[in-house]
Design a protein around this ligand. Structure first.
Ligand SMILES: Nc1nc(=O)c2c([nH]1)NC[C@@H]1CN(c3ccc(C(=O)N[C@@H](CCC(=O)O)C(=O)O)cc3)C=[N+]21
Ligand SMILES: [Mg+2]
Length: 303
């Protein structure tokens, strides 16, 4: 048979990887239960009825129960006042059965999200969005780490092992992905560049990357000629392309079809970063529970 000189990138299977993380979480939950009679609990707060958010929240709750943890769902009306939401956070902070608190974002415009997030007890902030966790991550201290960048890092470490000296380029500077991703890659000794909507020569900068993380929320923006041959491409984007009458198609921030033949490895959408995000949320909840009870957290599930 003929061998082909043109390579095709390895497709990183986020679903399989996420399942192995959930298995480790589930093993640790069993241990906490048998040795210490502790059941980790995750509270998810959803404000309003956005259909996509409802699907995510339902998936989170289902997977939380599947790994043996308690799930507490709080659905509030779109019109809820900021003070009612803050009161709920205070209650959850004080509840000993709750070890992790996630407030689904975005929140309605009349609510100050920073105020709500910073009301969450630092040790229960499983999203890692509290200003203290952000600062701890940036300072190289133990921190609860945002789930999406943590999932990306675990995939990169699994693929490459040591990341020292690798040239990483992140497209997007959001507080939930781009910035914490930069911190995690820096902590793992990469050279890190963050490009964004005001950057010049984005394409040329991306061409240097050994590791390219796309997190801008613009459908198929990263094209084949942005990617160095053999680079690892992590696609964080989830963009719904609406088609008349048919089910919307999900695409990432990377033009998968054209990039796949160039890249060395690439995450698909769906089935890449998305499932890892939820798995890391469960991992963060067990980690938070262990720290709250002053017990050893599971190995290999942190940054
Ligand atoms: N406080 C907060 N924390 C979050 O982590 C958070 C949030 N707010 N708001 C919304 C975004 C979005 N998000 C996703 C999680 C899993 C998938 C996921 O599992 N995606 C599947 C497919 C999903 C589909 O079919 O729609 C996949 O990529 O294969 C996607 C998106 C977490 N978010
Ligand atoms: Mg941006």
């Amino acid at each position: 048979m003929m061998t082909h000189l043109n390579k095709t990138a390895k497709i990183i299977d986020g679903k399989v990887f996420a399942a192995s993380i959930r298995q480790q979480v589930s093993d640790h939950v069993k241990l906490l239960n048998s040795e210490h009679q502790i059941i980790p609990g995750l509270a998810v707060v959803l404000v309003g009825g956005d259909p996509a958010s409802q699907v995510y929240v339902r998936n989170k709750a289902k997977q939380t129960r599947e790994v043996g943890m308690r799930s507490f769902e709080h659905k509030l009306d779109e019109s809820v006042s900021e003070s009612t939401l803050l009161d709920l956070i205070v209650k959850l902070n004080q509840d000993p059965e709750v070890h992790g608190i996630l407030v689904q974002l975005p929140l309605p415009d009349h609510i100050d999200s920073a105020k709500v997030i910073d009301m969450i007890a630092v040790e229960k902030d499983v999203d890692g969005f509290h200003v203290v966790n952000v600062g701890r991550l940036a300072s190289g201290l133990d921190a609860l780490t945002p789930c999406t960048p943590l999932g990306c890092l675990l995939m990169l470490k699994d693929l490459h092992g040591d990341l020292s000296g690798k040239e990483a380029v992140i497209v997007g500077r959001s507080n939930i992905v781009g910035k914490p991703m930069a911190q995690l890659l820096l902590r793992n000794h990469c050279s890190v560049t963050v490009v964004h909507s005001r950057s010049q020569n984005i394409k040329e900068i991306c061409q240097r990357a050994d590791i390219l993380v796309a997190a801008v929320g613009r459908a198929e923006m990263v094209k084949a000629d942005w990617v160095k041959a053999g680079a690892t491409v992590i696609d964080v984007g989830i963009n719904r392309i609406e088609n008349n009458n048919v089910k919307p198609r999900l695409v990432g921030d990377v033009d998968f079809a054209s990039v796949q033949p160039i890249a060395g490895a690439i995450t698909p959408v769906p089935g890449g970063v998305g499932p890892m995000t939820i798995a890391c949320l469960l991992a963060n909840t067990v980690t938070a529970c262990c720290r709250i009870h002053d017990l050893a957290a599971p190995d290999g599930l942190g940054a």
